[in-house]
Design a protein around this ligand. Sequence first.
Ligand code: SF4
Ligand code: SF4
Length: 343
Amino acid sequence: MNKIGCSFLEEGINFDYDTVCDCCISHNDGRGLPILIENYHGEPINWDLLFEKKQERIQKQKESTIYDCEGCYHLCEYEYTNEKKLSSFHFSHCRLCNAKCIYCSKEYSKGDLNYNTYPLIKDLIEKGYYKSNGEATFQGGEPTLMQNFDELIHLFIKNGTKVRIHSNGIRYSNTVEQALKDNKGTIVISLDTANANTFKKIKRVDAFKIVCQNIKKYAKANTQNIMIKYIIVPGYNDSIKEIDNFFKLMKKLQITKVVIDMEVKYARKYDNTNISPHIYLLYDYFEAMAQKHNMELSTYSFMLYVLRNRSIEKYSKFNNKLFFMWFFNKHVQKEKNYDYVMY
Ligand code: SF4
Ligand code: SF4
């Protein structure tokens, strides 16, 4: 058994803005995203060459962890099968979007914004390099604006792959609704706030009401398959009041699953000044609120990375003693270790 493996190295593909990679994971200080094809914009793919490149990389990885994967939380015990098949698909190439979030790392206004991946996946299936029972993740830009979005979703579902869509929720998709109903797909919508003004400041579009309506419709289709994301943005939504109001709204919209996250490039800007000074506290409060409301909580990549480093990094300089005492008396569970806020 290889203890430094990763299924993405063998079975993963990520279509990005101008590259094809094994995965869509960016971690530590800019590592991740191992490149398979450079300067790529939707051209036909020679799958044999792609698998050769994957094999070379796997051989290196078996000897010692390659640079891109060093420190990645996806590394695990993994036995390579040596099959030439893909089962994990990520679509990160589409730069079209109907929002302008302040934390967005996409250059959504220039270049080839939206190459067509449908013929590529069709070709992969026809040539026998496709493995069912995997997952296809659509992110963005806004994936519902991707070329052939509906056709791709149907193609994957018909061929036994579940779909996951990361959307801003502004544009409603009946195809996604059907996938949720049939338990063939999930949707993750980043709302980030329960306040229309805060939404407008973060997303820089006036669409809070329509997004809430769409969330309600998706939740009605199947509440088990929708997750609402809260991306922490210092100065905008990094407060207990915002989090409290967010959970009240989630209850109202009948949401049972929530996600907490940070956008890695935005957070890392200007020597990490876009990481809230109360990040650990906010995370713990968010977790406590999810427990209180019986909601399932997922924690995404960069947030996980920051949490893993909570004992060695010093982001949580918790200077506001009054606030701390209020929080401590009201919310701290005695069995938890809160030493980190005492820096
Ligand atoms: S270990 Fe991490 S960086 Fe490497 S392929 Fe897997 S997910 Fe990507
Ligand atoms: S919804 Fe996503 S792609 Fe669109 S602006 Fe926001 S972060 Fe960027």
